[in-house]
Every structure is written in C-alpha cells, then in structure tokens.
Design a protein around this ligand. Structure first.
Ligand SMILES: *Cc1c(COP(=O)(O)O)cnc(C)c1O
Length: 359
C-alpha cells in the first residue's frame, strides 16, 4: 500500500531520502560515524539559529519532551496548553513525578504572553513548556513575544517544541533566548519517524547538573559528553542519521529563506482553496501555522468518506481531525518536500471529492 500523506505527520518521504538510508552500516564509535555526525551539526545549528549543540536522539519527539522535564524541573514546571500535544505535556510532567501547573487556553487560541507573565510572577516555577506550532489545531503561538516575557524570569528554563514549525519558518533559538529547543524527524524534515533533535543551552545543562534523577537515555550530560566526541550516548538509528544528512544538504541547497517562502506560498495556496469552498481556518487567520492548515468543518462534510475516496481513487490522504476535534476539523499538511505541483494534485483531488459529496 502506498499513497501520498497530506496528514501533519508522518509526511511524504522522497525517494532520494529513502535511498540515503540504504548506505552501509558503520560502527557508532567509528571515525566514519564521527564524520557523519559532525557533517550535520553546522546545518542543524543554522536551522535552529543557535550556537548550542544539537543532539540527536533515537526516539520520537516525546522522548526528548519527557527527557527535558526530567533534566531541568526541580521546583515546578508551567505547561502552556492550547491543544492535544501541549495538553499532554502536563500529564507527562506529572507522570515524571514533577510538580506541574496548567496554563490552559482554548484549543485554537495561541499562548498569551501576558497570561504567562502573570503565572510566572507567582515565583512558583523554574521551567516552562511551550509548543510553538500546536499541530492538533494548526495554531502558531507568538514565540518571540512569549520568550520576551520568559526572559524576565531568570530562574525559569524554557523548553520549546518546534516539531511542526522547524524549517517551515524561523525559530531563532538564540535570539529568543530559548534554553531547550526540540524537533522530530517525521514532520517538516520529511524523514521517517524515529529521530529527534534537541538543542540545550549551557544554562540548562548547569541546571541538569543539580538534578539527581535524570535517568540515562535522555540525560543532557551524557548527550553533551558524547557530542564533544561527535557521538551519541547509545547506538543511534544510523540509517535515520544518513537521512538527516541528506535532508540537511537538501535544505541548505534550497536555502532557508527560500524554504520558508515555499512553505508560506503552499500554505496560502491551500487556504485559498478552502476559502473558495466556504471553509475558514480553525484558529484566527493570523495565528495559523505555516506547515499545515487546520480548517473548521463547518459544512459537516463526511471526512471518512472524503478520505476513503481520496485513498482509493487518488492515492492520497488528509487528516480528519485530532483528538476531540475529530470530525469537527480537517487538517492538510504542506510540510517538507511538497511543491506547487504536489499541492495542486491534492487540491484537484479534493475539489472532485468535495464536489461529489455536495460540499
Ligand atoms: C507530532 C508532534 C509531537 C509528537 O511527536 P512524536 O514523534 O509522536 O513523539 C509533539 N509535538 C508536536 C507539536 C507534534 O506535532
């Protein structure tokens, strides 16, 4: 079974990325691996806009989302919540045995900087979690405004998830003063799932040194000690590291500014199509994220029927809503390697199928 994925992760993986993964195995303590690891670092740092190291974690994003909590929270973490992934982070923090506070916004609303200031002013917190692009609702929160507030509280270590925004728009880690920034392979990097990226500031590593039960697999100090040798703490998914090397080269060849512009253009193309069929974005337009769109299913289209037809006749699939928004919204990804042509193909298929269903 093979069809094109326009769901917001996993997304389409190109033939040449798959081919890069078939390169021969090397020992993870060999010079060959060190060369591979070190060839990727500068590109990743440019993409995150950071001079901090970018560690490679063989896990999905949740591994490093949980790991970050375990490494830096001593007192209490404030979880900014406005959708399925950010809501779940609170639960994950609690399951790690940490004190955690909820700063809840309605799904589809961005995180409000002033509310963050009010909550951090209590002095109860030494860490904060923020999801830049909440994939479940297609909502982009104003990261630089939020971080401006967070920087007023030097005790607070910031943990920012850029899983569905990374390389679709600037994330500016150092300029924003983000301590920990993380992302995953199967979203805008257009790789198979299984690898996560994690960039950690010296400040956050210093905090980790004071925390006793960091565990091993996601221990920041292990990551750093191995990074200094061009390695990872344990055997990484080497095939995925080859894929990452390939994608970093592709992204650098395209140029980050061009890549951002392409994501904006394709994102706008899908919005224009949806508008023409009478749908509006689930979040407010100006808070819509760039790697995908989440639309309100105001016409009550049978999304299961849509996907059935898309799959069987056009070999592609969109997303019929996540969690409590299932059936009430639909999401279309334009992340990764998509082009005007591949998005036009989807839009033509959608026009046919929506037309037949009377929407
Ligand atoms: C997909 C996603 C995750 C979870 O990623 P996994 O790879 O399933 O662990 C976390 N945060 C955001 C914003 C996501 O889009």
């Amino acid at each position: 079974m093979s069809y094109r994925l326009y769901i917001p992760g996993p997304i389409n993986v190109s033939e040449d990325t798959f081919r890069a993964m078939t390169q021969g195995m090397v020992g993870h303590r060999s010079k060959d691996f060190v060369a591979l690891y070190e060839s990727i670092q500068p590109g990743l740092q440019r993409m995150m806009e950071t001079s901090d190291p970018v560690y490679l974690s063989t896990s999905s994003s949740w591994g490093v989302m949980e790991g970050s909590i375990r490494n830096v929270v001593a007192k209490k973490v404030l979880c900014c919540m406005n959708g399925a992934f950010s809501d779940k982070w609170l639960d994950v923090a609690k399951r790690c045995g940490k004190q955690a506070g909820a700063l809840q916004f309605d799904w589809g609303k961005p995180v409000c900087p002033e509310a963050v200031r009010q909550e951090l002013s209590t002095g109860a917190y030494d860490a904060i979690t923020i999801i830049h692009s909440e994939t479940s609702t297609g909502t982009l929160s104003p990261l630089s405004e939020i971080m401006k507030v967070v920087r007023e509280f030097p005790e607070v270590i910031s943990i920012v998830d850029t899983v569905s925004s990374f390389t679709t728009l600037p994330v500016s880690k150092d300029k924003n003063g983000v301590d920990i920034m993380l992302s995953g392979s199967q979203k805008a990097l257009a790789m198979p799932p299984g690898l996560a990226l994690l960039s950690v500031s010296e400040r956050a590593r210093k905090r980790a040194e004071t925390i006793s039960d960091r565990g091993y697999y996601f221990d920041f100090l292990e990551f750093q000690a191995n990074h200094e040798k061009g390695m990872t703490p344990s055997t990484p998914a080497i095939s995925l590291v080859y894929a990452l090397q390939h994608q970093v080269r592709q992204i650098e060849a395209e140029g980050l500014e061009n890549r951002y512009a392409r994501h904006t253009r394709l994102n706008e193309k899908v919005r224009t199509w949806a508008r023409s069929r009478g749908f509006s974005l689930f979040p407010e337009e100006k808070f819509g994220t760039r790697g995908l769109n989440c639309f309100a299913n105001t016409k009550n289209v049978d999304l299961e029927a849509v996907n059935k037809a898309l799959k069987s006749r056009f070999q592609c699939v969109i997303d019929g809503g996540y969690g409590k928004l299932k059936g009430k919204t639909f999401r279309i990804s334009n992340m990764g390697d998509e082009t005007d042509a591949t998005m036009d193909t989807l839009i033509n298929a959608l026009d046919t199928v929506f037309g037949e269903l009377g929407a």
